[in-house]
Each structure stands twice: as C-alpha cells, then as structure tokens.
Write a protein that binds this ligand. Structure first.
Ligand SMILES: NC(=O)c1ccc[n+]([C@@H]2O[C@H](COP(=O)([O-])OP(=O)(O)OC[C@H]3O[C@@H](n4cnc5c(N)ncnc54)[C@H](OP(=O)(O)O)[C@@H]3O)[C@@H](O)[C@H]2O)c1
Length: 133
C-alpha cells in the first residue's frame, strides 16, 4: 500500500478498549492494544495517503455474546445494542472522510468521553459490576 500510495485499513476494536473490564479481562486488554496500534499506524501511513479507521463498536447484535462466557444469559449492555448495519455504515462514512477513530452510537461516545474525567480505579470498579458473569 505504501509503495502504491493507495489503500485503506479498518481495524475492528471495541468500546472495551477504553477501560479495564473485569470478567472479560484479556479481551478488553487486547482491544486497548488494537486501538493504540491502529491510531499510531494511522499517523505513520498518513504521509503516504493511506487511510486507517479504528472502529470501536459497543454492543452489537451478532453471535458475539452467545459465543462468549455470557452465553444466552440476558446480558444488558448499557445503552443497548446496535445493528451490524449501523456499525458498518459508521465505519465506511469515516473511511470516506479520510479515516480516524469511530466510537459507534451517541451513548457510547458520551460514555467513553465521561470516563476520561473520572478516576480510573472508579471506572474499573463500576465496569466490573456491569460485566460480572
Ligand atoms: N458484537 C459486539 O457486541 C462487538 C462489540 C465490539 C466489538 N466487536 C468485535 O467485532 C468483531 C467480530 O465479532 P462479532 O460481533 O461479529 O462476533 P461473532 O458473530 O461471534 O463473529 C465472530 C467471527 O469471527 C470468526 N472467528 C472466530 N475465531 C476465529 C479464528 N480463530 N480464526 C478465524 N476466524 C475466527 C467466527 O467464525 P466462525 O463463525 O467460523 O466461528 C465469526 O465469523 C470482533 O473483533 C469483536 O471483538 C463486537
């Protein structure tokens, strides 16, 4: 892509990237890595005209939760679930605009922003209550 000075990448991260999540500990940590990696990569390849989208959906109606340790349990995601269509649309819109970080859905954007103003230990404690298996 760099040689051709043409191309785009969408890295699929998650709102799980923005706070420690007890009970889904490693998943959240790997999503922090994806977000950090992807946003740094975006800056490295920007001079070559390449676009990178760092896509951070919140709860999305896929097979994800059924396949996870939460199984078919009635798991209430704060802010509710989005459709895969909404998430893909947000990613492609961002790509059209040159790439960048996308946090899908207004509730998730407010939540991620407000967590930056709170003590990290408090955020970790509250998140643990939501994600307790
Ligand atoms: N759903 C959400 O609430 C949510 C929120 C934020 C981020 N995400 C992210 O979205 C991405 C896709 O998840 P999803 O929601 O679409 O979940 P999903 O419905 O469970 O789909 C996961 C997909 O990954 C494939 N897969 C799993 N392990 C694999 C492996 N080792 N090698 C190759 N493919 C593998 C599965 O293939 P098989 O069907 O063949 O097993 C399936 O197609 C994940 O990165 C997830 O972290 C999801």
């Amino acid at each position: 892509m760099i040689a051709k000075r043409r191309g785009a990448v969408i890295n699929l991260s998650s709102t799980a990237a923005f706070q420690p999540l007890a009970y889904t500990t490693l998943y959240a940590a790997t999503k922090s890595l994806v977000t950090s990696f992807s946003m740094a990569l975006a800056e490295e390849v920007r001079p070559y005209g390449l676009r990178v989208v760092t896509l951070c959906p919140g709860g999305t109606r896929t097979n994800f939760f059924q396949a996870s340790q939460y199984g078919t349990r009635d798991f209430k995601i704060p802010g509710g679930m989005q459709s895969p269509h909404e998430v893909v649309e947000a990613a492609l819109t961002k790509l059209d605009r040159g790439g960048g970080l996308v946090i899908c859905g207004w509730f998730n954007r407010v939540s991620v922003f407000s967590q930056r103003l709170a003590p990290r230990a408090l955020v970790a404690r509250l998140a643990a209550r939501v994600f307790k298996v």
